[in-house]
Design a protein around this ligand. Structure first.
Ligand SMILES: C[S@@+](CC[C@H](N)C(=O)[O-])C[C@H]1O[C@@H](n2cnc3c(N)ncnc32)[C@H](O)[C@@H]1O
Length: 363
């Protein structure tokens, strides 16, 4: 961090030093050295065990595409963050600031996915708009997120008045985006982990005004059990499942823990399948669910969905092609996936994802 600060200070100094002078050359060379050092520092933080594991698996599963995805995932300086405006505390000052900094709407007016209510701003330049701190009693004006998260919410297509379950909701990004998209009759947000459920409650309080809070309920249950508790009630369910989380696993600081997690990766597919079975139980016939993960792993994505389709006769896959075609301009989508799935691959300048999304309907 200190190296980065020094780099920043040096780049400011440069304008006062005459071009071509010895001092300018020395500054440039020091700057170059510092940049290499700081890049090496960032590289050092990558967990080699995880990278090796991914290298083996994803080069097989994604082929050529893995090389560019790996470059983005291992280069945090290229990462991008989208800004989702809060319609419940809309700030035209923030919107103007975003526009002046080169941000644009994720789905402009001309896009078939354009929505008046959901304003998500993106830019092709890496970096992060400053986050807003939580202040009790004060609504935030925006939420920073990976733009691919919005696709899961668009796929869910919540309609006004519907009963919606967000089964694995913390920290709450997709719950917030769902409420920006449409006002459901009920949004039930569930999170199993105690600390994360506190985080979820704080997010909800920071974005939803008192007047709309009656639409939102929160529970701290094992999503796998929900199906046995409330049969048949929901119109829509989002299963944003616990998964390998490729981006953060690559930067695990404890390689022993990372090795253990990699060894237990198979357990995740079983949990994901159980969560989906539970989601199918709580859906009313005709209702639909969206399954999403932030991993590239086929075992946690297509294989889980195929397993569900093969073993549950009361669900059918839903076509995602319309969403894929409107998303294809801003997102790099994997080719060769089936019609009921989308896989967002991070690419330089479109560093969104990884995100797998699939949609099923209960019949
Ligand atoms: C990918 S994160 C969800 C992110 C969230 N949807 C968002 O957009 O902010 C998955 C969440 O599932 C939670 N989780 C893990 N096992 C669960 C279970 N059995 N039931 C419900 N939630 C679970 C994890 O604690 C984690 O917070």
């Amino acid at each position: 961090m200190r190296l980065l600060q020094r780099l920043w200070r040096l780049s400011g100094l440069r304008q006062w030093v005459p071009a071509g002078s010895r001092l300018r050359r020395t500054l440039s060379s020091v700057k170059g050295q510092l940049r290499t050092e700081s890049e090496a520092m960032l590289r050092k933080q990558i967990c080699q065990v995880v990278l090796d594991h991914f290298e083996k698996q994803y080069s097989k599963e994604l082929g050529e595409a893995w090389n560019s995805v790996r470059e983005v995932l291992t280069t945090p300086q290229w990462w991008q963050y989208a800004v989702l405006l809060n319609k419940f505390n809309f700030s035209s000052a923030v919107e103007n600031d975003l526009l002046s900094k080169g941000y644009r709407l994720l789905f402009p007016r001309t896009s078939p996915s354009f929505l008046q209510s959901l304003k998500c701003y993106i830019t092709s330049t890496p970096g992060r708009f400053p986050a807003q701190k939580h202040r009790a009693g004060k609504l935030k004006e925006y939420y920073l997120l990976n733009a691919a998260s919005v696709l899961a919410v668009l796929a869910l297509k919540v309609e006004k008045g519907e009963k919606v379950l967000d089964m694995c909701a913390a920290p709450g990004g997709k719950s917030i985006a769902t409420l920006q998209y449409a006002l459901p009759g009920l949004l039930h947000c569930n999170e199993y982990d105690y600390l994360r459920s506190c985080w979820l409650k704080q997010t909800l309080e920071s974005f939803i005004p008192e007047s709309q809070m009656s639409l939102v309920t929160v529970s701290q249950l094992d999503g796998r059990q929900i199906g046995n508790l409330q049969l048949g009630g929901f119109d829509k369910v989002l299963v944003d499942a616990p998964c390998s989380n490729d981006r953060s696993w690559l930067f695990s600081s404890d390689s022993q823990r990372a090795t253990l997690r990699l060894a237990q990766r198979k357990v995740l597919s079983a949990v994901q399948t159980q969560l989906l079975r539970s989601a199918i139980k709580v859906l009313r016939p005709g209702g639909s669910l969206v399954y999403s993960t932030c991993t590239l792993s086929k075992a946690e994505n297509s294989d889980v969905i195929t397993n569900i389709l093969d073993s549950c006769s009361n669900v059918q896959p839903m076509d995602m092609q319309a969403l894929a075609s409107s998303a294809s301009q801003e997102f790099a989508l994997a080719s060769g996936v089936q019609q009921h799935e989308l896989l967002v691959l991070p690419e330089k300048g479109k560093a969104w994802g990884p995100m797998y999304i699939s949609k099923l309907k209960k019949i």
